[in-house]
Design a protein around this ligand. Structure first.
Ligand code: NAD
Length: 249
């Protein structure tokens, strides 16, 4: 059954990893999908890869600067004008950095916050009036396991994801009267470029901390995004859904 038939989804960071898997899952479930990448080339590559899976997929790639409010607002307004609505916003683009606070460049801290937090606010702010006018919608943010436990280095990243949880819970309450549900998914360690460079010994060590005994796949995480975007989650809002194999770092 196509759970998202007729829906229009806007996915940031949809060109690889978790975002790409969300785009694929949404397309397979009948949605029209617009993916945002950081560059023209990565957006085009993702669209070509998805079209190779099924040439009938309704997929488009764009590349606004997500850290610039005017660009985000224009991108969202253009998509809403073209497709007459946006039903689902997925705020998934994110960066991680693992610097120690002793060597942390404040500019690096700002750049993590700009993409992981400010961009989530920008896209949510731009899409909310469109969803309200259309009678409702769904916003889903990519948080992280570290938003619950923190991590021993690179404090900007967990700080940003704690902020994402706070924005999720607050906007869920603020936008509920407008029938806009707002949730987050908190993945554990997931096999994407973000963790691809970890040495094998470290990956084995990580697996030992995961009761399900394996690192997550982008599809594991995308299935949670499918549930939350669908009417199966019609009474779920303000939730941070852990998808981490019960890892407790
Ligand atoms: P990834 O590096 O494979 O993909 C990141 C995505 O973000 C890409 O599509 C990229 O184009 C986009 N992006 C990066 N910088 C950007 C910028 N400046 N402007 C616009 N887009 C930009 O990473 P991933 O693992 O798929 O991460 C996706 C999300 O999942 C992130 O929010 C990340 O924090 C979160 N997450 C990942 C893991 C993990 O273990 N991989 C765990 C928990 C949470």
């Amino acid at each position: 059954m196509e759970l998202l038939k007729g829906k229009v989804a806007f996915i940031t960071g949809g060109t690889r990893g978790i975002g790409f898997a969300i785009a694929k899952t949404y397309l397979e479930n009948g949605a029209t999908v617009v993916v945002c990448g950081s560059r023209k080339e990565s957006a085009e590559k993702a669209v070509n890869e998805l079209k190779k899976i099924n040439k009938k997929f309704n997929i488009e790639g764009i590349y606004p600067d997500l850290t610039n409010y005017a660009e985000v607002e224009k991108a969202i307004n253009d998509v809403a004008k073209k497709y007459k609505k946006i039903d689902i916003l997925v705020n998934n683009a994110g960066v991680s950095a693992r610097e120690s606070i002793y060597s942390y460049d404040p500019k690096e801290f700002d750049s993590v916050m700009a993409l992981n937090v400010n961009a989530v606010f920008y896209a949510s702010k731009a899409v909310a009036p469109i969803m309200k006018a259309n009678g409702g919608g769904v916003i889903i943010n990519t948080s992280s396991m570290v938003s619950i436990y923190g991590q021993p280095a690179g404090c900007a990243y967990p700080t940003s994801k704690f902020a994402v949880n706070g924005m999720t819970k607050s906007l869920a309450r603020e936008l509920a009267p407008d029938k806009i549900r707002v949730n987050a998914v908190a993945p554990g360690v997931t096999d994407t470029d973000m963790v691809a460079n970890l040495p094998e010994a470290m990956r084995e060590g990580i697996k030992k901390t995961i009761p399900l005994g394996r690192i997550g796949t982008p599809d594991d995480v995308a299935n949670a995004f499918l549930y939350l975007a669908s009417d199966n989650a019609s009474y779920v809002t303000g939730e941070i859904l852990s998808v981490d194999g019960c890892a407790r770092a």
